[in-house]
Each structure stands twice: as C-alpha cells, then as structure tokens.
Design a protein around this ligand. Structure first.
Ligand SMILES: *[C@@H]1O[C@H](CO)[C@@H](O)[C@H](O)[C@H]1NC(C)=O
Ligand SMILES: *[C@@H]1O[C@H](CO)[C@@H](O)[C@H](O)[C@H]1NC(C)=O
Ligand SMILES: *[C@@H]1O[C@H](CO)[C@@H](O)[C@H](O)[C@H]1NC(C)=O
Ligand SMILES: *[C@@H]1O[C@H](CO)[C@@H](O)[C@H](O)[C@H]1NC(C)=O
Length: 215
C-alpha cells in the first residue's frame, strides 16, 4: 500500500537531484544582443558536442560585419588563440570553456561602432583518420550597442516571473515531500491500527453477547 507514496517521494528526490546536476549539461543558450557602451560584452557561442564529435578537434572563427559591410575575421582558435588585426585589436578575450563546447569571446569596452553582426563558425575535424569528416555549425549574433542601460520592462518582468516560479517550485517540492512523508507514516499507522482493531473486535462481541444474557 505504501508503494505509491514511496514512489512519489522518490520522484520528488530525483527531481531535486536532477535540478542539482542539470547545470553541467550543455545547453545552447543564445547570446544577448544588446550591449551598453563602455562595458564588456560577452558574445555567447555554444555548440554542444554530439557523441561522434568528442574526439574531433575544434576550430573556431569569429567574424564581424558592420551594417552593410563585409565579414572580416576578428578572432580565431586553432590549437592556439589568435587575434586578427582589426579595430577590435587588444579588446577581445577568449571566454570559452576547456571542452570547447562554449567558444565565446568577450569584447572589452564596447563602443557604439561595435554594433553589427558577429558570426561564430565552429568546425570540428578528426585529425588522425584517413577519412576526415567535418562538422560545421554557425551562429549569428546581431549586436546593438546602446548609450545607456535602459529599463528593459520585459526583462524585469521575466526576471520577476523567474523568481516567482523558483519560489513556487521550491514550495511545491517541499509540500510534496511533507505530503509523501505524512502519507507513508499514516499508512504505517493504519497498518498498526488494523492489527489492534482485529484484536479488539472479539472483545466487543463478547460485551454484546453479554447484554441479552443479563435479562
Ligand atoms: C569569462 O567571462 C566571465 C564573465 O565575463 C569572467 O568572469 C570569466 O573570468 C571569463 N573567463 C575567461 C576564461 O576569460
Ligand atoms: C573605452 O573606450 C573609450 C573610447 O573608445 C576610452 O575613452 C576609454 O578610456 C576606454 N575605457 C577603458 C576602461 O578602456
Ligand atoms: C565609428 O565608425 C566611423 C565609420 O566607420 C568612424 O568614422 C568613426 O570614427 C568611428 N568612431 C569611433 C568612436 O571609433
Ligand atoms: C560560416 O559557416 C557557414 C557554414 O557553416 C558558411 O556558410 C559561412 O559562409 C561561414 N561564415 C564565414 C564568415 O565564413
């Protein structure tokens, strides 16, 4: 009888554990597309590896295209980091992860002129095989640099919603666990009561029998 509450408890626990572990899972989050001038802007580029890509080596190329202009290479990762001479010279920092799933760069001290389209091209190739399959992926970031941080209403709303959701989920988990615990202990109590009831019934019957005898 206690199997169902136990299962619920187990799943609640599993949910908690999963929430703890899920931070290490690769998720292809898109980059922010608005920057404030004078700040450092991280251009997020994440390309999660598939199973067959794990043994491949990764080449990353970053391009910048001003409005109505051409793509020009600004940064490259090919075993080592290389910055191309451009108007970004000295302002780009590698901000990727060791496993090369996150190949982001950070542009320091962005100016209004840095608005434009950034392309992140990722090529994964096998080095030691005769047949060298390539895996390519490409991300576009349409960046707008603004003079001042504006009150972004929608982002404030979504942030508030996120916190409400977090609080709600936490409460729900707690309630669920308390409920599970109660149900399990009640089921155990009930089991014990059943045992005593079983013993009590014959004595009641005796009393009932005793009444007519008295007359
Ligand atoms: C990546 O960027 C974050 C925030 O901008 C910074 O804290 C971190 O040190 C950077 N990592 C590298 C390797 O540059
Ligand atoms: C950022 O850039 C502006 C103009 O390009 C310059 O005046 C300023 O000193 C820079 N700030 C930093 C912290 O490098
Ligand atoms: C921005 O770009 C324009 C043309 O590309 C150039 O004339 C101007 O000097 C640049 N401004 C800054 C602050 O770099
Ligand atoms: C980036 O890669 C895509 C294909 O994945 C290609 O079409 C595009 O031309 C590349 N961008 C640049 C600037 O080389």
């Amino acid at each position: 009888m206690a199997a169902l509450p136990r299962m619920l408890c187990a799943s609640a626990l599993a949910l908690l554990l999963w929430a703890g572990f899920c931070s290490s899972v690769c998720v292809e989050v898109p980059s922010e597309t608005e920057a404030v001038q004078g700040t450092d802007m991280k251009l997020l580029c994440i390309s999660c590896m598939k199973r067959e890509e794990v043994t491949a080596s990764t080449v990353v190329e970053w391009f910048y295209r001003p409005e109505g202009g051409k793509d020009e290479p600004i940064y490259e990762y090919r075993k080592t980091n290389h910055e191309f001479p451009s108007r970004f010279s000295g302002r780009i920092q590698w901000n990727g992860s060791k496993d090369m799933q996150d190949v982001s760069i950070t542009v320091l001290n962005v100016t209004l002129n840095d608005s434009g389209i950034y392309t992140c091209n990722i090529t994964r190739e096998f080095e030691f095989e005769i047949h060298r399959p390539l895996f390519q992926s490409s991300r576009l970031i349409h960046l707008t640099v603004v003079e001042e941080a504006g009150e972004d209403f929608t982002s404030v709303i979504s942030e508030i919603m996120m916190y409400i959701l977090l609080v709600f989920l936490t409460l729900w988990l707690l309630i669920e666990m308390v409920y599970c615990y109660r149900k399990v202990s009640k089921a155990e109590e009930a089991a014990q009561e059943n045992a005593t009831d079983y013993l009590a019934i014959p004595s009641e019957n005796k009393e009932n029998c005793a009444v007519p005898v008295e007359e």
